[in-house]
Design a protein around this ligand. Sequence first.
Ligand code: DUC
Ligand code: ZN
Ligand code: ZN
Length: 466
Amino acid sequence: MSTRTLISGGLVVTASDELHADVLVEDGRVAALAAHGSAAAGAWTADRTIDATGKYVIPGGVDAHTHMELPFGGTSASDTFETGTRAAAWGGTTTIVDFAVQSVGRSLREGLDTWYAKADGNCAVDYAFHMILSDVNERTLKEMDHLVGEGVTSFKLFMAYPGVFYSDDGQILRAMQRGAANGGLIMMHAENGIAIDVLVEQALARGETDPRHHGEVRKVLLEAEATHRAIQLARVAGAPLYVVHVSAEEAVAELAAARDKGLPVFGETCPQYLFLSTDNLEEPDFQGAKYVCSTPLRPREHQAALWRGLRTNDLQVVSTDHCPFCFRGQKELGRGDFSKIPNGLPGVENRMDLLHQAVLDGHISRRRWIEIACATPARMFGLYPQKGTIAPGSDADIVLYDPHAEQVISAETHHMNVDYSAYEGRRITGRVDTVLSRGELVIDQREYTGRAGHGAFVPRSTCQYL
Ligand code: DUC
Ligand code: ZN
Ligand code: ZN
């Protein structure tokens, strides 16, 4: 039997429009929109009506960069697919794109199947996968074609982490050539890891072991150089390029210069680079370890360039790079040696709220909020218009957002499985009230009503942003 839900009286905000409209949901999809109070909306019958008066009605967030359960630095990211997708829902994100990992010497198939198994039956919201290529060779290049065919249409390569995920320029060029042929989008971790490892060794030899040195050795110039090199390799291969977790002004400049030439080069930044800085890495008593991630946090002067890039569309997406490690027992692995601190920050629950605060602070418009957090990640990774918008035929992944509610972010109240918040004590105006995933209530007026196993794997088409 079909179920019809009417979402009535809210302000529908998408990347393109702001409308006082009612939304009719039928069988998990958006069936229709009509002006609130119109004869068309008045004629609708529904099994259930959700009153959205005074709220925004926005597409569920699409977080295109998460690492649930990632084995890294001798430990594993502390959010499982179950806890991480539940926290995502609490934060108004209804789709994650997580990174399956190929281990060195193993096939893409094996890595991807491991990630299917981790997620299957455990997710509260929908999920898709990118594939991390750790070992580019003839066999894995061929496998890329198969993955594109099954809806895993993007591949992350690392210019950093020698001996772990690192690919050399020849491997990168080959993967880009393959992506150019099969439609797979290459995502790049752009830091010169070979040079960074020299600086790490030299810093440790000088006795510079505190977390702040993580930021010092991972130099801005080595992000900018790698970004430049990745762009040139993509040009040679005739491939589009998406640079992940852009943190430095000089890296944005490389992207902007490429885009000014008309090249299909895209950039993502993350809330930690927009809201945090090296000041956090310098917090005493090893607290700075909470903020160790790569690319690293930068001096706060870089933030203006990132906001500008988001406004000018030199940066297109804000994802979280959610990769949580508890302070106790995990971040602590790096006491006395910053290079042993597992890299990563929690944030999947905080992204929509922090970006709403950025609207209030005047950094971006309300529609740009939805564009960089919902619509463009969906387009970039072949999920649009199923995800990322509210339009007839779209999945009814819908958030009722209270723009006036006040909250203070804290590990005491968050739902991520991690013992600290990177944004502890930060006051935010705006809060998720209700979340639907394919028409099912996952959060109902700030009560969790979802279930592990509701979330389904979503096969993706190739990039729709070219
Ligand atoms: N950066 C991180 O901070 N964590 C996981 C991997 C990465 O590239
Ligand atoms: Zn990375
Ligand atoms: Zn990442």
